[in-house]
Write a protein that binds this ligand. Structure first.
Ligand SMILES: Nc1ncnc2c1ncn2[C@@H]1O[C@H](COP(=O)(O)OP(=O)(O)O)[C@@H](O)[C@H]1O
Ligand SMILES: [Mg+2]
Length: 300
């Protein structure tokens, strides 16, 4: 993470530390630096996954480029300027336009999973929308749903009803972001499906900059989405996911109460998880694998 005095020397100021990414301001830019940290059950694990930060950055990069015709985005570039010699950020840095993030997380769901499955199982509805009876966990929805949540500063994001979301954004902006989120999801899921990946659900964020509304944050990554291998898709239960499945399975098998500190991960789980993230990048954007620096600990 570089220490503060070293960063200050190069004009960088830490503005936010997320579970996975660190955000810096540099001149008039916002820098998103994806670390190798991994979280599960809302807890940062003590064991990093080598290369995960680079892989996540490259996956978002692929999507930003791919989806640009549908929505302008935050991206200024991915290269370190020559005057900032932090070589270890190569491949994990996104230089972005700083925006004012909209106060909602734009969740889109194409399949019944996670909290949506729980809500459906107990009420027959998802985000207030009545769904047909008899759906199973993991079933595909006939129409993708826009199910925004709050952007909690601490703790869990909470679901918003359409009228609450409208109140937060105003009617016109709400209509615009819901339509845009659904379009982005549809384009993303089609592209991913051609590569053997189901996008069960995902979360977009938008930011305002002057007159513009930009797609910000990360896009359709394993950290912001449920990505399922199509070949293993079998509705009627929880689906194996592309990334953290091994981690979740391991943690579920331990007598851990899901409160920090989380247990360390054994090497074999680290290696399998790293391989899954890498496989997601390789399937989606094989041309971007070359952006990941060659290091001994980055798998194959
Ligand atoms: N271009 C941008 N301008 C302003 N804020 C942004 C931009 N891109 C992302 N953000 C914000 O950065 C934060 C990322 O932090 P967080 O979600 O806590 O990190 P992580 O997902 O790595 O745990 C989010 O609040 C997001 O809205
Ligand atoms: Mg986040």
């Amino acid at each position: 993470m570089r220490n503060e005095s070293e960063r200050a020397r190069f004009g960088l100021r830490l503005v936010h530390q997320g579970k996975v990414r660190d955000l810096y301001s540099w001149r008039d830019e916002l820098w998103l630096v994806a670390s190798d940290r991994i979280s599960a059950f809302d807890c940062i694990l003590p064991t990093p996954i080598p290369g995960k930060g680079e892989i996540l950055t490259q996956i978002s990069r692929g999507w930003f480029a791919r989806l640009a015709p549908l929505c302008p985005n935050q991206v200024l570039g991915y290269d370190l300027p020559p005057e900032v010699p932090f070589r270890d950020w190569t491949g994990r840095l996104t230089r972005a336009k700083p925006c004012r993030p909209l106060p909602i997380e734009c969740v889109v769901r194409g399949y019944l999973a996670g909290s949506a499955w729980k809500e459906y199982a107990s009420t027959g509805r998802v985000a207030g929308v009545a769904l047909p009876q008899g759906l199973r966990e993991g079933d595909r929805l006939s129409e993708p749903l826009f199910t925004p949540t709050t952007k909690a500063q601490v703790g869990h994001d909470l679901p918003l009803t359409p009228s609450e979301a409208e109140r937060l954004l105003g009617t016109a902006l709400h209509a615009r972001v819901s339509l845009l989120s659904l379009r982005l999801y549809e384009a993303g899921r089609q592209y991913a499906a051609e590569r053997g990946i189901l996008v069960a659900d995902t979360k977009f964020e938008f930011g305002i900059r002057g007159e513009e509304m930009l797609l910000i944050d990360e896009v359709l990554t394993p950290d912001s989405s449920r990505l399922w291998p199509q070949s293993e898709y079998e509705p009627g239960g929880a689906q194996p996911s592309f990334d953290k499945q091994f981690v979740r399975d391991l943690l579920e098998s331990l007598a851990w109460n899901k409160r920090p500190p989380a247990p360390a991960l054994p090497d074999v789980i680290v290696a399998k998880t790293q391989a899954k993230y890498r496989e997601a990048l390789r399937r989606l954007f094989p041309e971007l694998e070359k952006e990941i620096p060659l290091r001994g600990d980055l798998g194959a």
